[in-house]
Structure formats: structure tokens, C-alpha cells
Design a protein around this ligand. Structure first.
Ligand code: G2I
Length: 450
């Protein structure tokens, strides 16, 4: 059955009316506990939900309210580009980028860096360069900017849009490409040396359809980089869609194929022109595709309100120009709350001993924060309630949680089941999660039945 927001509402009403039945009660409880922001919903499966931010809009209170409420990842829309950060050769300018980074970090959000090397948005002095001088200048730019932001960036778009459109599957001609085909790997190596903690991404558009030559060209490059040990951690699919370039039927396949190379995939600049339910269903499909691919780490939309978009007339975003949630927003939120695969993480397990349950924590961390997912597994008998105890490192604070009640926000915290997840059959599991600021290093949950 295809669910529209009306039919979802109808199901919710019916469930409330017949709440005496246990199945219906569970459904009602689940929807009552569903996360209500994009970031919180995405965090339930260990993912982020981000947006592009423009520095000059940080004084717009409607804009900032939505930003702070809904998103936990931020990309500077223009402020980290080469023309912005190195307007004159050797003179670096970080004022507007810093405003975005500082605002994001003060709110506990992570930052995607965009973009270190690109044929476009070069400062005039660089546009005039060629050859080894340009190669040197490009590598210096990568090194300087990545060093300046070392430790503050979750992932860098190290190289942006280096492949040609059309049927060739080849590199795009540019002054950077003419310095030698190895310019991309040289940029990645320089970025790794400058900020070893940042994930390094190749980012492009029109790489969403698995059958397109451009997609195949990028795929072969990433495959080659992985086989030769060139440092690459992620592929960014910009995912700018409209009627001329719709969400392809094989979009999930594309995400999965890249992920199968051993890189993270990130949807980096999502926008879909359109309106109403058609637009909403397209956003839903993109969200579901990411959730279905374990290594799809998160989604970034390219702006907040339609009026903030680089193509505002196509109304391609999740909020209208008044800041109201659109049908597309509701579709994304529903899809995120329906869950999906969990990205691979490091896991620590402690035995539950004779208490009848065990608990294991998976942690996705970044500089300054983390999302922890705790799996509670019943032993050889069913349990009807559980309590998980874990000790957070000093300075670490819980900022949000789902599917459990907690005794406090720091130090040793007891987590107990909520109404719908206390009963766990023998050998079966349930999960709860929380987001924190600080680090979750070494947390070792223990479980007791209650
Ligand atoms: O074109 C859409 C995106 C495609 N992928 C790479 C992204 O970096 C790119 O973003 C857009 C920004 O959304 C625009 O805001 O990149 C454009 C070109 O870099 C940005 O447009 C520029 C205008 O060309 C400038 O005239 C203007 O001064 O935005 C600048 C700041 O508003």
C-alpha cells in the first residue's frame, strides 16, 4: 500500500480508537515516541541530517531557528571555496567560513568542508595559472585550508566535480586536469597529511544513475584509489534533481555499488525541484535509499527554505519561503522514523552474567560529539523489563535520547525501558540510543532485568 500523509493520519486515529488491542497500542506508542526533527530521526539509525548554510543568513532568526532545530551537520554553501578562502595568492581569509563553523560547533553540530579543489570558483589569480605553478598553488591551498580547520571537519570534499558530463566517462578538462591526471590523488594525499582525522570525499553531480558514463568514470577512479592505497574515505553524490534529471530508478544501486568499494557514501547537496506530493515522494525515495545502504552516512540538503536555494524558482527544498514544513519535509521525517540499516561502527560488549540480559554499545563519534546505539539482548529466558548502566567519561553530557528513560545526563547513567520495549523474547534484542557532546570512548554498558 502506498502511504500518503492522510492515510498515515487515518491509521494513527484508528489505532488510538482501538487502543485496547495490544498491536494497536504498540503502534500508538511507537508514533508517540517517534523523533520529531530531521536530525533526531536520522540519529536513530546513526546517521546525520545536514544543510548548506550561508554566512550572511546567520542574522535571520527564522533561518537560524530552523537550522538549530532540524539539522546536525552543516556545509558552508560558498564560504570555504577557493575564491573565498584564498582571494589573493598566499593570503587566506576565513572570516565567513569561521562564522559558519563556530555557529555549528556551538550548537553541537558537525561540519562538512566544501570544497578544497575545484575547477570552478577559483580566485582570479588561480584561474590564470597553469602547469607546475598551479599544481603547487593547489596543493598549498589544500594544505593550508585543511590545516587551519584540522580537527573541526567531519568530511572534506577534497575534489569537486572533476568528471565530464556526457558519454565519455572521462575527466573534465580544466587547468587543474592539465597539470596531470594525478592531480586528484595528489590533492587527497595533501589533505590526509594536513588533517588525518577528517574523512576525505570525492564529490560530484550527475553521478546518481548507475548506468551513466560519468557515474562509471567516478566509480573506476574510486576503485583504482582503493586498490592503490590513495587515501579516500567517501563519495559525495550531490543529487540535484529536477524533471530533466529525475531521481533515477537505480539510485539505491548506485549508493550500494560505491559503498561496496569500502567507502562511505554521503548525499551532499540534495534538492529536488517540484511541489506537493510528487516532490514529497521523490524526497522519500532518496531518504529510503540512503537508509537501505549501511554505509550511507547521512543526507545534506542544499539550503533550508525554498527561498534560500541556488534555484529558488524550482522550490526544491523542505521548507517554504515562510519557513513552514512542506509535504516533502513530512515524507523525509516519516522515512527516517521508519528506520533502516545501521552504519558500521565499533562495538564494545560486556557479558550480562546471570542477570538475564546483555548490552552492547555501538558508537559513531566525531570531534566533540557522538551517537551511541545500545542493543539489549535477552538471555535464554524472556525478560519483561531492563536496566542498562553505563558510565560516561568526565565532561561528556547526554543531549538527547530515544527509546529509554534515563536517570541523568552525565557520570553513571541508568537507562530503563519505555513502555513498548521492556518485553524482549528469549535471545531477541531491542535498541535504544542517545546523542552526547564529548566522547563516548570506552563506555561499557551492563544490563540487569528489572
Ligand atoms: O550550483 C549548485 C552547487 C553545485 N555543486 C557545488 C556547489 O558548490 C554548488 O553550490 C552553488 C551555490 O549554491 C551558489 O550559491 O555554487 C554556486 C557557484 O559557486 C553558488 O553561486 C554563487 C554565485 O555564482 C555568485 O555569483 C554569488 O556571489 O553564489 C555566490 C554567493 O551568493
Amino acid at each position: 500500500m502506498k502511504l500518503t500523509s492522510t492515510s498515515v493520519l487515518r491509521i494513527a486515529l484508528v489505532s488510538t480508537l482501538v487502543a485496547a488491542g495490544t498491536g494497536a497500542a504498540v503502534l500508538a506508542a511507537t508514533s508517540a515516541n517517534a523523533a520529531t526533527t530531521l536530525a533526531a530521526s536520522a540519529a536513530q539509525t546513526g546517521r546525520y541530517f545536514g544543510t548548506a548554510v550561508a554566512a550572511h543568513k546567520l542574522s535571520d532568526s527564522t533561518y537560524v531557528n530552523i537550522l538549530n532545530r532540524e539539522f546536525d551537520m552543516v556545509t558552508a554553501e560558498n564560504e570555504m571555496k577557493m575564491d573565498a578562502t584564498e582571494p589573493n595568492q598566499g593570503q587566506f581569509s576565513y572570516g565567513n567560513a569561521d562564522r559558519i563553523v563556530n555557529q555549528a560547533r556551538a550548537q553541537g553540530k558537525r561540519v562538512r568542508g566544501h570544497a578544497l579543489a575545484w575547477h570552478s570558483q577559483q580566485p582570479p589569480w588561480m584561474q590564470r595559472m597553469e602547469g607546475s605553478g598551479l599544481r603547487q598553488a593547489m596543493l598549498n591551498h589544500v594544505t593550508q585550508v585543511a590545516t587551519y580547520y584540522r580537527g573541526k571537519i567531519y568530511a572534506w570534499d577534497v575534489v569537486n566535480e572533476a568528471f565530464a558530463d556526457g558519454s565519455s566517462g572521462a575527466r573534465r578538462d580544466s587547468n587543474l586536469q592539465r597539470t596531470g591526471n594525478d592531480w586528484i590523488e595528489a590533492a587527497f594525499r595533501a589533505a590526509r597529511a594536513a588533517d588525518p582525522g577528517a574523512k576525505l570525499c570525492y564529490n560530484d553531480y550527475n553521478t546518481d544513475d548507475w548506468s551513466h558514463a560519468k557515474t562509471q568514470g567516478v566509480y573506476r577512479m574510486v576503485q583504482d584509489f582503493k586498490s592503490r592505497g590513495v587515501p579516500i574515505d567517501c563519495v559525495g553524490l550531490q543529487s540535484h534533481f529536477n524533471s530533466a534529471s529525475p531521481v533515477p530508478g537505480n539510485y539505491q544501486t548506485t549508493l550500494q555499488r560505491f559503498a561496496d568499494l569500502g567507502v562511505e557514501v554521503q548525499i551532499t547537496e540534495l534538492d529536488i525541484e517540484g511541489s506537493g506530493q510528487t516532490q514529497a515522494e521523490n524526497f522519500r525515495r532518496v531518504t529510503q535509499a540512503c537508509l537501505a545502504v549501511a554505509r550511507c552516512a547521512g543526507i545534506t540538503v542544499w539550503g533550508i527554505r525554498d527561498s534560500d536555494s541556488w534555484r529558488a524558482s524550482g522550490t526544491p527544498l523542505l521548507f517554504d519561503s515562510g519557513g513552514n514544513k512542506k509535504a516533502a519535509y513530512n515524507a523525509v521525517l516519516e522515512a527516517l522514523n521508519a528506520g533502516g540499516t545501521t552504519p558500521p561502527t565499533t562495538t564494545t560488549t560486556t557479558p550480562g552474567g546471570p542477570t538475564g540480559c546483555t548490552a552492547a554499545a555501538s558508537v559513531n563519534s566525531w570531534n566533540g560529539g557522538f551517537v551511541a546505539t545500545v542493543k539489549v539482548t535477552a538471555g535464554s529466558s524472556a525478560i519483561s523489563g531492563w536496566r542498562v548502566t553505563l558510565t560516561l567519561p568526565p565532561g561528556t553530557t547526554v543531549v538527547g535520547a530515544w527509546n529509554a528513560e534515563r536517570s541523568g545526563d552525565s557520570g553513571t547513567v541508568d537507562w530503563t525501558n519505555v513502555g513498548h520495549n521492556g518485553s524482549v523474547a528469549a535471545g531477541q534484542s531491542t535498541e535504544f540510543g542517545f546523542q552526547g557532546s564529548g566522547t563516548a570512548e570506552g563506555i561499557t554498558p551492563s544490563c540487569a532485568t528489572g
